[in-house]
Design a binder for this molecule. Structure first.
Ligand SMILES: Cc1cc2nc3c(=O)[nH]c(=O)nc-3n(C[C@H](O)[C@H](O)[C@H](O)COP(=O)(O)OP(=O)(O)OC[C@H]3O[C@@H](n4cnc5c(N)ncnc54)[C@H](O)[C@@H]3O)c2cc1C
Length: 287
């Protein structure tokens, strides 16, 4: 349970962090809150020789509005998301989902950037970001780019991020005023990763669903954007037959592992149950 030895670097600018990552190449890893990386180092599942701590970079902090988007710095902690009045007013699903991440101790230190960059299918925020249509601002030695969350995840711990790039911010288009939302997560106990979870954001108009987006957590190697399920419910009143068809469409794209959280078939069914609950809750909250 003791990590191998490593050199510790604490840059104070994004440019310095990128230069360090470029200089040390595959031997270096960015360090954010350390609540995924350090446990992996203790288990020797990760053995970086250089840790580039992002905690001293002021540009990676803060939550701000930019036009119709909200931009969240990569080093904003999950605790800060829970406490943000701006996010509670504009994108309340972030608070709901963050409160279901781990426990207060982890949330005080764990960052949004670390949660979405990690690539662990068990992380809760990636599916929420896919549901919201977020974009990840990334900077590397070859410049800046934005990667849509829906294109970021390529496999377990495999993302579109290049080794010398860092995620600087998460840009989220603010959903329509009065939208409904829900993040429903089944877990074995407080602080656990999801057996299955579903994120829903929808807009109701005249009793029918005018727009809907759905994300699923921990039921495949990557978080899932359930595009077909959302298409099925759009235009409906969310009647039981439509919800059943949407649940079936969502279940069809899952491919969870059988593990300590249950056999694959059970986890697929629980993804469907979480989706049905999230749809009902989102509809009830929409106005
Ligand atoms: C007991 C426990 C329970 C947990 N339960 C949950 C849970 O229920 N749900 C959940 O979602 N998470 C859970 N976590 C994980 C927790 O949310 C982590 O904090 C999070 O996954 C990673 O954030 P971090 O800031 O700690 O990142 P780190 O651990 O520092 O980094 C994680 C990975 O992302 C990379 N990285 C970090 N920041 C950047 C960046 N800006 N740019 C590029 N790469 C970067 C690192 O190099 C590393 O590979 C749990 C953790 C613990 C210890």
């Amino acid at each position: 349970m003791i990590p191998g030895s490593f050199a510790y670097h604490r840059p104070t600018s994004v440019n310095d962090a990128i230069r360090l990552l470029a200089d040390f190449g595959e031997e270096a890893r960015p360090l954010a809150g350390g609540h995924s990386l350090i446990p992996m180092m203790k288990l020797r599942l990760a053995t970086p020789e250089h840790l580039v701590d992002l905690a001293g970079i002021a540009d990676l902090k803060g939550i701000r509005t930019e036009g119709g988007d909200i931009v969240i710095g990569a080093m904003v902690t999950q605790h800060e998301i829970v406490g943000s009045d701006l996010l509670a007013a504009k994108i309340p699903i972030l608070r709901e989902a963050s409160l279901l991440v781990a426990d207060p101790q982890v949330r005080y230190v764990g960052t949004l950037g670390g949660n979405v960059a990690n690539g662990d299918p068990g992380n809760d925020m990636p599916a929420v970001m896919m549901c919201l249509g977020a974009g990840y601002g990334v900077v590397g030695s070859s410049g800046e780019r934005t990667i849509p969350a829906r294109e970021f995840y390529q496999g377990a711990y495999l993302t579109a991020l290049k080794p010398s790039e860092i995620l600087t911010n998460i840009r989220i288009p603010v959903p329509a005023a009065g939208h409904g939302f829900a993040y429903e997560k089944l877990k074995r106990k407080i602080g656990d990763y999801a057996t299955a979870a579903a994120a829903v954001v929808l807009v109701m108009s005249g009793g029918t669903v005018a727009a809907c987006s759905i994300g699923l957590t921990n039921v495949a190697d990557t978080p899932l954007w359930a595009e077909e399920a959302a298409r099925i419910v759009t235009g409906s009143t969310l009647d039981a037959a439509t919800v059943k068809r949407a649940v079936a469409a969502a279940e069809a794209i899952t491919s969870p592992a059988s593990d300590g959280r249950g056999p694959a078939h059970y986890r697929t069914k629980m993804a469907g149950v979480m989706l049905a609950r999230a749809l009902a809750s989102a509809k009830a909250r929409a106005h």
